[in-house]
Ligand binder design. Structure first.
Ligand code: PLP
Length: 368
């Protein structure tokens, strides 16, 4: 039996998304930029998807820009703005590296991963064009209170737009409400039961961004490239499903996560949870096991049928400590002994039971 506890890396597709996509991978193959009947049918599908995404995120249809990933949405938000950018130290590399590319400032977080508002205020001035603060973190799950952030940004950087990377938030939070103060919002379909390789950026009117990808002028000149119609339809179907499922999913997964996290902490000596659970999304259990190397632990867990991660998927394979953990004040040695178990819509009681046996066994083997 394989237990998948890596939903923050990617999620299994929702059947509703697969079903919605299939016609666009077969007989409804048109290019929505054309004018004949088959093209118009594809155009109608992308328009419907746009309406549906706007509705789910509290935006207008004209504010939705479809992209080829969450990474691209983040890059468009930062690079498309031009000028100086500011972000927190725990952003995904899609934001962090884009901010670094424009010579921006990085703002510290506290031990729970919550942004330091005084530090943010100190980094702001009239030249700042975009401030990026993620809604939910991909490694430890910390949620930021964007209203307080928006107030600081309005005061300290009157020419800036507020961007939030909501890629990890969709399953767990009402993004329309939690990100209502943001001008720019990134999402990625594969994190909420949709396909890989499609995302969206909400660009709230009257905000303006310069395109990062030049070409045929699709997405009202904001993002060129032939539409990934099946992907866009799949994103919209997955988003609708995730939004409808959320009221039941959150308490169910939170109870599973708490049983898993508490169970592991109770039986594994010298273990601790990263940050405060009160500030995290429901699906994330992030632990540190003193003296245990994450890489070796992940190998043993894989052998035992448990798919987990040490942090962000992009960083695994590299032996460097996670920038998120070091920003939270965790020393390099301990940061290399982390385990992220991320739960989602397919996670069951049996999965948790198996992990509650496999993780302590693996840690004990590595310590013996
Ligand atoms: N932002 C966050 C918070 C993420 O977790 C990820 C993916 O891991 C991304 C952005 C990038 O999204 P994508 O995989 O669609 O490029």
């Amino acid at each position: 039996m394989t237990v998948y506890l890596d939903h923050a890396a990617t999620t299994p597709m929702r059947p509703q998304a697969v079903e919605a996509m299939l016609p666009f991978l077969t007989e409804r193959f048109g290019n929505p930029s054309g004018s004949h009947a088959i093209a118009r049918a594809a155009r109608a599908a992308t328009d419907d998807a746009r309406d549906s995404v706007a509705d789910a995120l509290g935006a207008q249809p004209g504010e939705v820009v479809f992209t080829a990933s969450g990474t691209e949405a983040d890059n468009l938000a930062i690079l498309g703005r031009g000028g100086r950018a500011v972000c927190t130290a725990i952003e995904h590399h899609a934001v962090l590296h884009a901010v670094e590319a424009v010579g921006g400032s990085i703002v510290a977080v506290d031990a729970d991963g919550v942004v330091d508002l005084d530090g943010l205020e100190a980094a702001l001035d009239d030249d700042v064009r975009v401030v990026s603060v993620m809604l939910a973190n991909n490694e430890v799950g910390t949620v930021q209170a964007l209203e307080a952030v928006a107030e600081v940004v309005r005061r300290g950087a009157p020419n800036a737009l507020l961007h939030t990377d909501a890629v990890q938030a969709v399953n767990w939070l009402d993004v329309a409400a939690a990100a209502s103060v943001a001008d720019l919002i990134s999402i990625s379909a594969h994190k909420f039961g949709g396909p890989m390789g499609v995302g969206a950026l909400i660009v709230r009117e009257p905000s303006r961004l310069a395109p990062v990808i030049h070409g045929g002028g699709q997405e009202r000149e904001r993002r060129s490239g032939t539409h990934n119609v099946a992907g866009i339809v799949g994103l919209a179907a997955a988003l609708r499903t995730a939004v409808e499922a959320r009221p039941h999913l959150v308490p169910r997964v939170e109870a599973l996560r708490d049983r898993l996290c508490d169970g592991l902490l109770a039986v594994i000596p010298d273990s601790r949870e990263t940050g405060s659970r009160a500030t995290k999304v429901a699906g994330t259990c992030h632990l540190l096991f003193d003296g245990v190397e994450s890489e070796a632990l992940l190998l043993l867990l894989d052998e035992a049928g448990v798919c987990a991660s040490a942090g962000s998927a992009c960083a695994s394979g590299a032996l460097e400590p996670s920038h998120v953990l070091t920003a939270m004040g965790i020393d390099d040695r301990l940061a290399l002994s982390s385990l992220r178990l991320s739960l989602g819509w397919t996670t069951t009681d049996d999965d948790v039971d198996l992990a509650l046996k496999a993780v302590p066994d693996a840690v004990a083997r590595l310590r013996s």
